[in-house]
Ligand binder design. Structure first.
Ligand code: RP5
Length: 175
């Protein structure tokens, strides 16, 4: 897995990451960075990288098959066009995979959406909306918030506070 190239460099390799945010190309980064930012706003450590199902198939398989052994608990995967990355990762990992359809110039993202959402039975991918990377990050946090650990409880509080912020913003707009 490689990090997104400049100009998209940010220190987005946290210590002991629990969520991998991956994408098929550097060109997906303007969308996919929103997933990483949502997770980081909740103090969830992330790693970010490019791993293409079509251009780097062997690296993609190795990454997906070993992610859980490195402490990763959720994979957020974004791709556009013939967007096979989330599904191919779901085929080789036991971890939950959240797919983000990235909109390209043609077809308004419908190609990306259908490529990700229409998975065969037995190989699940949780698909968010076209360019819905923020929700992908928040959904990853909600998955981590399930359970009895102190970290899960902390995340539930953080997500509740986030929802209260959204509510306050909506009220302020309506006022
Ligand atoms: C997909 O092809 C990538 O996820 C990206 O959305 C799309 C175009 O990639 P580039 O040609 O911009 O590298 O695999």
């Amino acid at each position: 897995m490689t990090a997104p190239d400049a100009p998209f460099t940010q220190p987005l390799q946290d210590a002991a990451p629990v969520v991998s945010v991956v994408m098929g190309s550097d060109s997906d980064w303007p969308v996919m960075r929103q997933a990483a930012e949502a997770l980081r706003s909740l103090d969830v450590p992330v790693e970010v990288g490019v791993v293409s199902a079509h251009r780097m198939p062997h690296e993609m398989t190795a990454f997906g098959a070993s992610a859980h052994e490195r402490g990763i608990r959720v994979i957020v995967a974004g791709a556009g066009g013939a967007a096979h990355l989330p599904g191919m990762l779901a085929a080789v990992t036991p971890l939950p995979v959240i797919g983000v359809p990235v909109k390209l110039k043609s077809l308004d993202g419908l190609d990306s959406l259908l490529s990700i959402v229409q998975m065969p039975s037995g190989v699940p991918v949780a698909t968010v909306s076209v360019d819905g990377a923020t929700n992908a990050g928040l959904l990853a946090a909600r998955i981590l918030a399930a359970g009895d650990s102190d970290e899960a409880a902390r995340l539930r509080d953080a997500l509740t506070a986030h929802a209260a912020d959204l509510n306050a913003q909506a009220q302020a707009k309506g006022a």
